[in-house]
Design a protein around this ligand. Structure first.
Ligand code: ZN
Length: 264
């Protein structure tokens, strides 16, 4: 049997199919992006993922990633002690295991210790691997301090469903940082630039990211007393992440619902 279709009919059919395809494609795109956006928004609204804290208190949280380092962490601890400033250390489990005395010192001196994975994998890992990274690190910290870790910062701050969801399921809060004063000290931009970026841009509730390991952190160590002095002169106090979260709202301003760290 032959079905006869005129040229016009065929043309209309082809256009019809194309339109259908486009509509279907657009619908599936909207669904995926909307559901991702909805997840991120829900996490930010519920305070499970934290980028900033809105508070009327004039306080900031200094955070140090990637340590401990036998060379730089003791210097950072000395400076914090001298200036009576508290901080939060997002430590790498395998390094904590190597330097338990530094973890002990952090805890004794009133600092908070948080989870930054065991091996610091730079590319996002699958959920099972992440769960393992979190547990191994928590075990190390618990064996030294008898306290479990409550906060998690993914390596590089890279957030995916696979890195955020297992952490939330374990009861962690994912703590990122406030972008406006991130000095990118890991790139050694110079002491003055590190100091200025932080001191000029920090606000109430800022979560300041610095590094006490992962390379030569001489610039960070030199910048730290100047950051503390500069912010103290402006009236800021230095608290742990737990202290910062108390009495502050973690819901970002509307324009901040964008997650620049979102990888998917
Ligand atoms: Zn890191």
């Amino acid at each position: 049997m032959v079905i006869y279709m005129g040229k016009r009919t065929i043309k209309a059919l082809i256009i019809g199919i194309l339109i259908l395809g486009l509509v279907a494609g657009a619908t599936s795109y909207t669904t995926t992006t909307a559901s991702k956006g909805a997840a991120v928004e829900q996490w930010l609204r519920s305070g499970q993922v934290v980028k900033q804290v809105s508070t009327t208190r004039q306080v900031v949280a200094l955070t140090f990633d990637d340590g401990p380092s036998a060379t730089f962490t003791p210097q950072v601890l000395d400076i914090l002690k001298e200036h009576q400033a508290k901080a939060t250390f997002f430590v790498v489990g395998k390094r904590a295991e190597k330097y338990p005395e530094l973890i002990q010192r952090m805890a004794q001196e009133g600092h908070e210790i948080a989870n930054h994975t065991y091996n610091h994998p730079m590319s996002p890992v699958n959920p099972a691997r992440l769960a393992e990274e979190l547990d191994k690190t928590d075990e190390v910290i618990y064996s030294i301090t008898e306290k479990h870790t409550q906060y998690f910062r993914p390596p590089g701050g890279k957030c995916t469903r696979a890195t955020v969801e297992p952490a939330l399921a374990k009861g962690y809060k994912v703590i990122l940082w406030t972008a406006q004063e991130d000095p990118m000290d890991w790139a050694d931009p110079g002491v003055k630039r590190i100091v200025d970026r932080v001191v000029e841009n920090a606000r109430n509730g800022s979560i300041i990211i610095l590094h006490d390991c992962g390379g030569d952190r001489t610039q960070t160590v030199e910048a730290l007393p100047r950051i503390i002095k500069g912010l103290k002169e402006k009236g800021y106090g230095f608290v742990t992440v737990t202290e910062l979260l108390k009495g502050g709202s973690t819901v970002p301003a509307v324009e901040e619902f964008r997650m620049e760290n979102w990888m998917e």
